[in-house]
Structures are given as C-alpha cells and as structure tokens.
Write a protein that binds this ligand. Structure first.
Ligand SMILES: *[C@@H]1O[C@H](CO)[C@@H](O)[C@H](O)[C@H]1NC(C)=O
Ligand SMILES: *[C@@H]1O[C@H](CO)[C@@H](O)[C@H](O)[C@H]1NC(C)=O
Ligand SMILES: *[C@@H]1O[C@H](CO)[C@@H](O)[C@H](O)[C@H]1NC(C)=O
Ligand SMILES: *[C@@H]1O[C@H](CO)[C@@H](O)[C@H](O)[C@H]1NC(C)=O
Ligand SMILES: *[C@@H]1O[C@H](CO)[C@@H](O)[C@H](O)[C@H]1NC(C)=O
Ligand SMILES: *[C@@H]1O[C@H](CO)[C@@H](O)[C@H](O)[C@H]1NC(C)=O
Ligand SMILES: *[C@@H]1O[C@H](CO)[C@@H](O)[C@H](O)[C@H]1NC(C)=O
Ligand SMILES: *[C@@H]1O[C@H](CO)[C@@H](O)[C@H](O)[C@H]1NC(C)=O
Length: 646
C-alpha cells in the first residue's frame, strides 16, 4: 500500500457513511456548480478540520488541511482505491478539485473489488433528480445555466455506482460558462453504458468533446446534435468508429458537419435505422448517397430538410431505400421534378408506408404520379406547400396509390375541387381519412355528377380554412361518403345549414366527433337535426365561434345526447337558460365544457354550473365577463375535482 494511502488513513477520510445528514437532500451535491456553501460534517479523528466552506472556485479552510497539499496524482491514487461508489460520491462533495479528479477516473482504473458493488436499488433511491425510465435507464437533463461541466462531473461520479447514466440531454444556453470537453470527459469515464446523448445549442462543445464520448461510451445508440457549430466531421467520425451500434442520428443546424461525417456513419455503423438531417449546409448528395446506400437494408426512417441536395439524392433514396418505411422531405429547393420521378421509378421504396413532402417545387404532376406508382404500400401521404402540383397529378397519384389510408393536403393552391373529388373517387378501398387545409384553389362545386359509387371506407373528413368550400361541395361530399364518423369543418364561412343537412341526411353511420368551429353561418337547425339523428353516437361537439348558435341548440343537446362528453360552445349566443337546460338533463354527462367568451352567461348560472360540475373534469370560463369573481370563487371551491380555466 502506498505511503500516501497510509498517510491519509483509509478510515479517516471519506468514511463510509453518507455525507449528507439527510440522505434525501441531494441539493447540496447538485448545487456544487453554484455559489453556495457546503458543510462538511465533523468527524472524529478527521484530518480535514470541519466545518469548512468553499464557494465556487475559492476554497477556504480554518486550518490548513494536510491532504490538500498533495498533488493531483497522489489524490488520484487515493481516490481510485476508495472501497465503493458511496465513498467516491462523498469525496466528490469536498471540493471542485476533488470532484474533477474523481470524475476523471475510468472504471478500469478503480482498484476496489467493489466497482459497482452498491446495489442499483440502493443508489437509485438516493438519486432523486434523475428520472428512471421504464427501460431501467437513468436519464438526466441539464438546461440553460445548469448545463455546466461541474454538474456533468457530479452526475458522472454519482451515477457511476449504478452502472452510469443511460440517457443524457444537454440544452445549452449562450452563456459563456457552457459545457466543454471537460464535462463530457467526465461523462465518458463515468457512464460507459450511455445509450442516448442529445446536445443542443452548445457552441463550446467541439470535436474533442465528442471524441471523449466516442472513447468512453461505445454503447451509444442515439445521438442528437443541434446547433453545435464547432463539431465537425472529425467528431462524427470518432463516434462512427467507436459506436458501431448507433441506430438513431439527428443532425440539425450543425454547419461544420458534412459529407465525410455521414460517409463515416455509413461505413462504420452497422445499424443506422433512423436518420434525420436538417439545415446542415455542408451536407450534399455525396454524404446522403454514401449513407443511404450503405444502410440499404436497415434504414427505416429518413428525414431530409433544408439541404442543398439534388435529384441525385432522391434517386439514391428511391433505389436503396429498400427498408425505408417513413420518409420526410422538406424544403429541398434543388430537387426537381426529375428527382421525384426517378425516386418513384427506381422501384426500391416497396416498404414505404408514410411519406411527407413539404415545400418541394419538384413535386409536379409527373413527379407525384411516379411516386404513387413506385410506393405500392403507401398508407399515409401528407403534401404541404407544393405550388406546382395540380389536379391531374393528384388524381393520377390517387389512382396509383391503392393502399392509401390517409391523405392530407395543405397549402396546395393549384388543387381545385376537381382534384379533391377526383382523388376521393379514385382512391382505393382503403382510404379512411382525408384532410384539406388552407387550400385556396378550391371553389364551390355545383355540378350534377352522374351516379357515382360512394367512397364507403372514408371515416374522417377534415376541411379547414378553405374559403371557397361551400354548400355544393359539402352536399356532394355527404353523397359520396355515407360512412363518416368524424367530421371537422373549421373556418368555412361559405357553408350553411343546407350543406351540412345534406351530409346528415346521407350519413349512414353515427357521427362521433364533430368540429364545426368558426363556421359562422350554421344555425340551431344543424345542431337539432344532428343531435336527433346522432345523439346515441356523438361524443365530441365543437361549435366554437358559431355565433348563430343559441340556447335552442343547448336544449337539443340536453334532450338528445347520451354519450357526449366534450362540448365547446365558446363565443356562441348561448345564455343562462341554455346552461340551465343542460343542468336539468338527466342523460347528459359532460366531462369538458367550454363557454369561453359567452358574455350572456352570468352569475345566475352558478347553480346550473355546480350541477353540471358533478361530472366535469374541465370547465373553460375565460372571457365570461358577466360571471363575477365571487361566483368564480364559489365554483372553484365547489368543483374541486374540475380544472377551471379563467
Ligand atoms: C464490497 O461490498 C460488500 C457489500 O457491499 C461489502 O460487504 C464488502 O466489505 C466490500 N468489500 C470491499 C473490499 O470493500
Ligand atoms: C443570448 O441569449 C439572450 C437571451 O436568450 C439573448 O438576448 C442574447 O442576444 C443572446 N446572445 C447571443 C450572443 O446569442
Ligand atoms: C475508440 O476507443 C478506444 C478506447 O476506448 C480509443 O483508444 C480510440 O482512440 C477510440 N477511437 C476513436 C476514433 O475515438
Ligand atoms: C452492439 O449490439 C450488439 C447486439 O445487440 C451487442 O452484442 C454488442 O455488445 C453491442 N456493442 C456495444 C459496443 O455495445
Ligand atoms: C450547394 O451546392 C453547390 C454545389 O455543390 C454549391 O456550389 C453551393 O454553394 C451550395 N449552396 C449552399 C447554399 O450551400
Ligand atoms: C442549388 O440551387 C442554388 C440556387 O438555385 C445554386 O446556386 C446551387 O448551385 C444549387 N446546388 C446544387 C448542388 O446544384
Ligand atoms: C355567412 O355569413 C356572413 C356574415 O353573416 C355573410 O356575409 C355570408 O354571405 C354568409 N355566407 C353564406 C354562404 O351565406
Ligand atoms: C376543432 O377545430 C379547431 C380549428 O381547426 C381546432 O383548433 C380545434 O383543436 C379542434 N378541436 C378538436 C377537439 O379537435
């Protein structure tokens, strides 16, 4: 045994007991990085006289402690001989210097036989600020000012006892005292089983920091780097070489990561399942091609956003993306029609189930038709902001995509009613949901179409903010889709009772969820017919902003709705008597009620609201100006089970 060790006296310092008087008080430990004082409890025969105080860097002691004169090397030798994790944790509380030294000890440098002798449960019960996730992984998240090297070192030392941290999330701030390679080195040494690492907004972490992780954490599976401008291909290369089990890689706004880094991931990682790359100007076709082609059999999820890639990348995806099930392509200005055409015709995307394309000018009629033909198992398709796509392309796509279950179109202004109904009529028998949002090319259709075979598979319909959508279109939809259950028509000022009544008339299934928010021209007639016909199925009804809806609707709801649990009549013309009618209802059993902005509902509704409140879990009374604060006070008191929004 070394002289140093004898001198220190094994039992004299860092005796086995917990350092905190209250073991459930980890704040002492945690606040090491902050300017607070830490008390060291006095011990019999301790060579370190107590109490002593340290604040931040400064380390004050009443008497000179002999052990402090030892150089780092000697302390290191002492620390690695400590019998267990408890003791190491305790010593780490002494000073920043001790903490840094302790956190620098690798697992295989420990002399003790009890490297991880402390039972997991014992230690975990003391680690309160770490979440223990369902998979048994310890997880820790540091944000803003708390993201410092000292805290990382503390985490590393403390969690080393129980096998180390499994997941680490660091959300940096732009403050100068950010995380550096020192903190990451501590993690790398103390947490060899780290599986998930997420670094956001950390300009102070560079390749050396990431290489530390690569050296120590060979089991890393998920890496998420966002806004880390100093990390380059070199850092990613180190990870790729040493963490061959990397499955998930997310890169966002890392300007110095480029093709070489991605090539390395393709070359060294055996199982990259999910890749997401956003706004990395250094990434081009070369990197994407290398990665996708070498991961051909394993890559299942791919997202490419705001990248300077061309048709070449899409061709590679189409050819090699044999295992890809989810593909997201957003803002790819240099991809042309040819890219989408080749991607579809390459015939590799046979497993693709979900495709999202946003802001890609290359999505033209020809491009989209090819995609429809090339993805024989596509189930979900979302198309946002595709300025050049027209009706013909959409209809050809729908004809080709026979397995499609869900189609969502948003801000595709060249799509008109012909494209919309054409795709509805030509989709296969699997289409269950269709959604049209902010499409300004839609005009109302007043056509006498020949007898059409209905689309019996469609269950959910959503039309939002398409100003041209009117009664003619709505009536036609009602005719075509007799099996609708969920209907959302919001912000449609062009539809009136007549349109919706024909939907109700044709509806063979019971409506379950109905959202008519912002359809200002609907009247009580709609609600009374709907509740009479669908009162036994209707569960959710949103009439927010339907200002012609009055108490008559609430009376109809009170009489006819047996299953309704969520009702929103915000900004409707409802009054106290409508609320009273609902309160009198025997069958109504609301859990959520919103009367926000109903200025005619007053204090008189107090008894009725209390009555309704017996079943309510949520009540929105925002902007109810005729309800006084004393009434609100009583409601809050009486409806203690219910969340009241004020
Ligand atoms: C190892 O740990 C066990 C139980 O935690 C303890 O009884 C034993 O004394 C420890 N051995 C050493 C050498 O510290
Ligand atoms: C740092 O963040 C603060 C607040 O978030 C912001 O006001 C400031 O401009 C930022 N500084 C830099 C250099 O980004
Ligand atoms: C991989 O890890 C080993 C030791 O764990 C280290 O020697 C080597 O330098 C690491 N390689 C890279 C590229 O970081
Ligand atoms: C990688 O995963 C395989 C299979 O799950 C496992 O056997 C191997 O130990 C892992 N490698 C590392 C370095 O964790
Ligand atoms: C895109 O790539 C081309 C060719 O590789 C290059 O000339 C151009 O500067 C890149 N543009 C951006 C914005 O990175
Ligand atoms: C992408 O488009 C920009 C501008 O249109 C052009 O300057 C650049 O060279 C293109 N990049 C590639 C790789 O073609
Ligand atoms: C809907 O109501 C608004 C305002 O009351 C009115 O200007 C508009 O003409 C109505 N629309 C239809 C289709 O009736
Ligand atoms: C109803 O539609 C509005 C407008 O689109 C939306 O904000 C709201 O979340 C929807 N409500 C429900 C319950 O789906």
């Amino acid at each position: 045994m070394s002289k140093v060790f004898e001198f220190a006296g094994e039992n004299d310092f860092c005796p086995g007991g917990p350092i905190y008087t209250n073991p459930k008080e980890p704040s002492l430990f945690l606040s090491l990085g902050l300017p607070v004082d830490v008390f060291f409890p006095s011990r019999k025969r301790s060579r370190i006289s107590a109490p002593f105080v340290f604040s931040e860097e400064r380390f004050e002691q009443k008497k000179q402690a002999s052990i402090e004169v030892l150089p780092d090397e000697c302390l290191f030798e002492i620390f690695r001989r400590l019998p267990g994790g408890e003791e190491r944790s305790a010593c780490a509380c002494v000073s920043k210097r001790w903490l840094i030294l302790l956190s620098g000890i690798c697992r295989d440098e420990l002399c003790s036989q009890n490297r991880s002798a402390v039972k997991n449960t014992e230690v975990k019960s003391k680690i309160e600020d770490e979440e223990i996730e369902g998979d048994g992984c310890l997880s820790r998240s540091l944000e803003g000012k708390k993201a410092t090297d000292i805290r990382l070192a503390a985490i590393a030392v403390r969690t080393a006892n129980c096998g180390g941290l499994g997941k680490l999330f660091i959300r940096g701030s732009n403050s100068s005292r950010g995380v550096t390679k020192v903190g990451l080195r501590a993690i790398a040494r103390g947490c060899p089983s780290l599986k998930v690492l997420s670094l956001w907004n950390l300009p102070s972490v560079g390749d050396e920091g990431l290489s530390e992780i690569a050296n120590g954490c060979h089991m890393l599976e998920k890496l998420d780097l966002s806004q880390c401008p100093t990390i380059t291909d070199k850092g990613l290369l180190a990870i790729a070489k040493n963490c061959s089990n990397l499955t998930d890689l997310v890169l966002e706004s890392c300007p110095n990561i480029g093709n070489e880094g991605l090539q390395a991931v393709g070359q060294y990682c055996t199982n990259p399942k999910s890749i997401s790359i956003t706004n990395c100007p250094g990434v081009g076709d070369q990197g994407i091609a290398a990665l996708v082609s070498s991961a051909s059999n394993v890559l299942t999820k791919l997202k490419l956003q705001s990248l300077n890639i061309t048709d070449v990348s899409l061709a590679v995806v189409g050819h090699y993306g044999k295992a890809v099930t989810d593909l997201v392509l957003i803002s790819l200005p240099n991809v042309s029609e040819r890219g989408f055409w080749v991607m579809g015709n390459a015939q590799g995307l046979h497993k693709l189930k979900s495709l999202t394309v946003t802001s890609c000018l290359g999505v033209t009629d020809i491009g989209l038709e090819a995609v429809g033909k090339g993805c024989p198992n596509l189930k979900q398709f979302c198309l946002h902001k595709c300025a050049f796509l027209s009706d013909n392309g959409l209809v050809s796509f729908a004809k080709a995509a026979e397995t499609l279950e869900s189609l969502q179109l948003e801000e595709c202004h060249r799509i008109t009613q012909f494209g919309f109904f054409g795709s509805l009529l030509n989709c296969g028998a699997n289409l269950k949901a269709i959604s049209l949002v902010n499409c300004f090319g839609i005009r109302d259709l007043k056509l006498d179409l020949p007898e059409l075979s209905p689309c019996t598979s469609l269950r959910s319909l959503s039309i939002r903010n398409c100003p041209g959508f009117g009664d003619g279109s709505l009536a036609l939809l009602g005719n075509l889709c007799p099996q609708l259950r969920n209907v959302e028509l919001s912000g449609l000022q062009g539809v009136t009772d007549a349109g919706f009544l024909s939907v109700l008339e044709n509806c063979e299934a019971g409506l379950v969820k109905v959202n008519l928010s912002g359809c200002i021209n609907f009247s009580d007639k709609v609600v009374s017919v709907m509740t009479e016909q669908h009162g036994w199925t209707l569960e959710m009804l949103n009439l927010d902003g339907c200002r012609r809806i009055t108490d008559a609707s609430l009376v109809a709801i009170a009489e006819n709705c047996f299953l309704l649990y969520d009702l929103d009549v915000s900004k409707c013309a409802t009054t106290d008597s409508g609320i009273a009618a609902m309160a009198r209802s025997k069958q109504l059993c609301l859990q959520v009620l919103s009367v926000s902005g109903c200025s005619m509902i007053s204090d008189k509704s107090l008894p009725a609201l209390v009555k309704l409140g017996q079943t309510l879990l949520g009540l929105n009374l925002q902007h109810c100006n005729a309800i006084s604060s004393s009434t609100v006070g009583i409601l809050v008191e009486r409806l203690w089970r219910c969340d009241i929004l004020l």
